[in-house]
Design a protein around this ligand. Sequence first.
Ligand code: F6R
Length: 322
Amino acid sequence: ASSFYEYYLNWAGPARRAYASGLALQLPPGYARAENVVVCGMGGSGAAGDYLAALSAAYGGLPVYVVKSAEPPRWCRGSLVYAVSFSGNTRETLNCASRAYRLGANVVAVTTGGRLAAWARRVGVPVAVVEEAPAPRAGWPQLFYTMLGSLKAAGLIQVPSSHVEESIQLLGDREKAEAEARELVEWLLGSSGRLVILAPEPYYPVAVRMRSELAENAKLAADTGQVPEIGHNMIEAWAAGGDARVLVLDPGEEPWSTLLHQVVGLARPASVHVVKLRGGNMVSRMVWGTWLAGLASVLYALRKGIDPERIRTIKAFRSVVE
Ligand code: F6R
């Protein structure tokens, strides 16, 4: 297996270190008085914000608003703003950070370095330095656990420590993760039709992450759907088209498992594969699904002779924006 794959397989290490460093992050006292959180970041970096928004909605905490552009919300004065960029050199995120700063937000930079770290140091904004990874998408644990730890330390999110600990523990179960990733890859290789990744609303960020991992690593296109919403629109087209193959992310909790079952039953896709999101709590289940997405997308690429690390077109886009 490639070292890229090995990196994903060994997520437990970076996850544990990132969580510890997030907990230890010293934010200026005024930051904890924020009434909401804004996460600005693109691609693999912004994805971590989607998870925090879902977790804060489910467990309680400050509302989390995610921005995937260069424009922070006009109301961000006093907000706690995480400007997240793995490389530190993403144009949209750099602009979003400096605009939020000018609007009076409490900005924190989360990055491996680059221009974002340099800017933050110049204007005197805290920097959470995260560990390097072979690619931003492979560094998801760094970004997610650093922000989660710092929100917890500031008392701004009500996710219990035991749930976070369990999620990191779960990343130690490499054998099970590999076996399930392989099963998923077999299904992807053996089925055909338009791929749709389905998840219940609170877990929707995992479906989106799976879509992006398959796009970037495997160069495989997929749509996503969230339940119950798609039962009110997309389901009509799927049932009529009959060519969809559906990947179901099932957290094994009610009412979600039943609803997923009902939606799939009505849409009658050509083929269905269920990925069980393992773990005894929401954080663990989200992390498990994210891990499988990474592993399966890289394995799929390797099986097809595709280079998972090469993202030529994204690079081309980045140079157009820069
Ligand atoms: C993921 C990836 C992209 C980047 C995005 C933003 O591996 O390559 O999705 O995450 O282009 O770049 P960063 O994360 O460096 O701000």
